[in-house]
Structures are given as structure tokens and as C-alpha cells.
Design a protein around this ligand. Structure first.
Ligand SMILES: O=C(O)C1=C[C@@H](OP(=O)(O)O)[C@@H](O)[C@H](O)C1
Ligand SMILES: C=C(OP(=O)(O)O)C(=O)O
Length: 433
């Protein structure tokens, strides 16, 4: 019998780090890798395996979406087995995107390839996250979509079992996921896809690299030799056995805990090379005064001897790694010199407007923070306890617990929202402190 789940206090008293930490941890798998592996497996020419898959809200929503369209995803163990979409079967499916950008952006291009209607909706806030440019691009590629003129959720894709594909111009400055979405399904379009970006620079480019690398691993030919242009040749996507790396972006709060407590945290199985944005933490934490080293067990981060008081502020452009901004901003609020985080206007379109949310919530705990159109400026200030609101955003919860590890009396509202990308985050966190 499974023991009854322990109800979480809400708001949750964030545990204080009262001594330097010395921990070695294994983190759950990457959301971005798991959801790409699932999508590519559903489109593949045979059964695939997704090993050490992340089991979280975003990945289960992806598994359900693909199942609703006719794939089979066995999520019962740690290694998930995927049987691809059955050709020719007609479907009438509903897809719940929750608050998962990867589900809302990556699944509609696949829906064009099934026969039947696929209706998409999600959490209330998901109806405000950007998707219009993807819908316009898909329409140009030959996919029939009814969005009632909203250019956002809810919308319905009327799949005909085939998508002509071809060349399309898209403004992907709001999200790299717009490009990844078209590339992931593009090989299965009759003429492939030739995607050209026209607009301000695309954020989160490592995630497009991740998409390309995973396509190539499956035998798909991708030409990325020109800037802002990606051509995917038509052809099969080979079935694949993918071992999912630990989620390096979700390593951020744990490495921050080493920094805040003046102790060490070692993350096991940190890859030697990776396309994950979280790998940038090695450099960012070094710049803030931490010692970062590869040891036999994994990647070890050691904080300054006097903990967060020894942290130096950061002046950094986080355009490529915007999903790290909430945890990094929390550390900057605790640092002893000023910080300026730039290049992240696009994170206003993430799970919440993260710049506004961070400025409000850090400010409520008396941080000296200024919100800029594309970032945050933070200056040292003594913080106080209080309620830290999370806006259904897992990474806002990470920011809250980081502050709470250094400042007594921080209460994190809806810490359970961390389940978007991490199973039992509060339990895992509390066990370390
Ligand atoms: O493709 C992906 O898996 C992701 C791309 C990025 O999105 P944006 O380009 O919208 O920042 C990132 O922030 C998100 O967490 C995951
Ligand atoms: C931006 C994020 O998620 P999503 O995949 O929903 O866009 C994130 O996890 O920080």
C-alpha cells in the first residue's frame, strides 16, 4: 500500500540553512530532454525507449497528449516505452497543455500529421503565453487550425494525416520553442521544413541546439549552416534509445544552497558535454564567488566561506539561459555587491511574467530591486521574512526557497507548483536541511 501523501503547509515555511551543507545528490531527469525524446519517439519508425524519464506534470502531460493522438507511452517504470503514432487511425483528441510550453508548442505540429481533430487548451495562464506565430507558421505549411481568431489557446487542429511543409518565415523572438516545434515534426512533412527567423534575436538558443542534436541522433538531416535558418530534410525519424541526463536547470536551487550555506553540493552524473542551458551555472556561480569543480562523484559547487555574505553580484546577459534567472536573481538579492541581469525580456512570457514577479516578491522581502524592460538590477539590502508568492511558477518557488535558506521566516506560497518539473521538490529540499 502506498503511504498517504503528507499534506504540505501552504504557505510553506522554507527551511533555513543553519550550517554549511555537505551533500551529494542525484537529480531527476531533464524536462526538455524527456519531452523531446517523447515527441521524437511518437514520430519514429519503430518503438523507442526513454530511460530515466522525468516523471513530472510537464512530462506526464506530454505523454498523455501523445497517447490521446494514438501513440502508446508506458510510463509505469523509470524507463518509458513508446510505440509511435499509428498511421491512418482516425482520432478525436483533447490535449491539456497545463502550463507546459513544450506541450503547447511541440504538439500542434504533430497534430497536423494525424487524421482527425485535436483540441488544445491549458491552465488559465497558458491562454496568455505566446503561440500565435507557431499557428500562423503551421497554417502556411498546410495545417488547418481553428483558433477563433484568438492566436492563443484554446484552438483546434484538423489533422488530415499529411502536411505539405516547405519554407516558412517566423518571428521566434518570443520563444526558441517556436523553432524547435517546427523542426521536431518537420522531417515527417512531405517537403520537410525550411524555417527562417525574422525578428529580434531568438532567446534560449541552446534549446534549439538540443533539438538539432536529438534529430541528428535519429538520422534526420538538419542544415543549420546559416544563421537564423534551419532546414530539415523530409525522411524517417529513427527509433532511438535515449538516456535522459539530470535536469541541470533544476540543479540551480541546489547549487544555490551550497552558495548560501557556505557548504558544498555535488550533483551526480553532471554530463561532460551537454546542450542543456543549466550547464551555464558552472560559469555563473564561479563569477559569483563559488568554487566549481568536477569530482569523481559529479559536479561540486562550494560556496564562499561566509555563505551568501561572501557572494559577489553578477552582471550578466542571460538571454541564452533565461530559465536560470529566478534562481540567479534570488542569489543576487543575497549577494554583497550589486547585480544586473540583462537580455531576458522574453521571460515575461514564461510561466508568469518572471521579471515583474521577481521584482514584486523580492521587493516584498525588502530586497533593493529595480525592474527594467529586459531585466533586473539588484543592490545589497538586508532582507526580511514574509510570504513569497509563486504565481504557479516552479522557478519562482525555487527563488523563494533559496531566499528562505538564508533569511528566517520566509513562507513560500504554493510550493507544490514545483511538481511541474520535479517530483516532491519540498521533500527533497527539506531532507537536505
Ligand atoms: O525547448 C525547451 O525545452 C525550452 C526552451 C526555453 O524556452 P524559451 O525559449 O521560451 O525561453 C526554456 O526557457 C524552457 O524552459 C524549455
Ligand atoms: C520556461 C519554462 O518552461 P516552459 O517549458 O513551460 O516554457 C521553464 O521551465 O522555465
Amino acid at each position: 500500500m502506498t503511504p498517504p501523501a503528507v499534506a504540505l503547509a501552504d504557505p510553506w515555511p522554507a527551511p533555513l540553512a543553519t550550517a554549511p551543507l555537505d551533500a551529494v545528490i542525484s537529480l531527476p531527469g531533464s524536462k526538455s530532454l524527456t519531452n523531446r525524446a517523447l515527441v521524437l519517439a511518437a514520430l519514429a519508425d519503430g518503438p523507442s525507449a526513454v530511460r530515466r524519464a522525468l516523471r513530472s506534470r510537464d512530462t506526464l502531460l506530454m505523454a498523455r497528449a501523445l497517447t490521446a493522438m494514438g501513440a502508446e507511452v508506458d510510463t509505469s517504470g523509470d524507463d518509458w516505452a513508446v510505440t509511435p503514432l499509428a498511421a491512418g487511425r482516425s482520432v478525436s483528441a483533447e490535449v491539456d497543455c497545463g502550463l507546459a510550453g513544450t506541450v503547447m508548442r511541440f504538439v500542434p505540429p504533430i497534430a497536423g500529421l494525424v487524421s482527425g481533430t485535436v483540441a488544445f487548451d491549458g491552465d488559465p495562464h497558458m491562454r496568455t503565453r505566446p503561440i500565435g506565430a507557431v499557428l500562423t507558421a503551421l497554417t502556411a505549411l498546410g495545417v488547418v487550425i481553428d483558433d477563433g481568431g484568438r492566436r492563443s489557446l484554446p484552438f483546434t487542429v484538423a489533422g488530415t494525416g499529411r502536411v505539405p511543409g516547405g519554407t516558412v518565415v517566423i518571428d521566434a523572438s518570443a520563444s526558441s520553442q517556436f523553432v524547435s516545434a517546427l523542426l521536431l515534426a518537420g522531417a515527417r512533412y512531405e517537403h520537410g521544413v525550411d524555417v527562417r527567423h525574422d525578428g529580434k534575436p531568438i532567446p534560449s538558443l541552446p534549446h534549439i541546439e538540443m533539438t538539432i542534436a536529438m534529430l541528428r541522433d535519429r538520422g534526420v538531416v538538419v542544415d543549420d549552416s546559416d544563421a537564423n535558418r534551419w532546414a530539415v530534410a523530409p525522411g524517417p525519424i529513427a527509433a532511438h534509445d535515449e538516456a535522459i541526463e539530470p535536469d541541470l536547470s533544476n540543479a540551480a536551487p541546489f547549487l544555490a544552497l551550497a552558495a548560501v550555506s557556505g557548504g558544498s553540493v555535488t550533483v551526480r552524473d553532471w554530463p561532460e558535454t551537454t546542450t542543456q542551458a543549466g550547464d551555464a551555472l558552472r560559469d555563473l556561480l564561479t563569477q559569483m564567488g563559488c568554487t566549481v569543480e568536477r569530482v569523481t562523484e559529479g559536479l561540486r559547487v562550494t560556496g564562499p566561506a561566509d555563505g551568501h555574505r561572501g557572494l559577489v553580484g553578477l552582471d550578466a546577459d542571460l538571454h541564452d539561459v533565461g530559465e536560470l534567472a529566478p534562481a540567479v536573481a534570488a542569489l543576487c538579492a543575497l549577494a554583497s555587491t550589486p547585480s544586473h541581469l540583462r537580455g531576458i525580456a522574453h521571460i515575461r512570457g514564461h510561466e508568469t511574467d518572471r521579471l515583474a514577479a521577481l521584482a514584486t516578491e523580492l521587493g516584498a522581502l525588502r530586497a533593493d530591486v529595480t525592474e527594467h524592460p529586459d531585466g533586473l538590477a539588484l543592490r545589497p539590502a538586508p532582507l526580511t521574512g514574509g510570504v513569497f508568492h509563486t504565481y504557479a511558477d516552479h522557478r519562482m518557488a525555487h527563488a523563494g526557497v533559496i531566499i528562505g535558506a538564508a533569511v528566517p521566516g520566509v513562507l513560500v506560497e504554493d510550493v507544490a507548483t514545483t511538481s511541474k518539473t520535479f517530483p516532491d521538490f519540498p521533500g527533497f529540499w527539506a531532507a537536505l536541511l
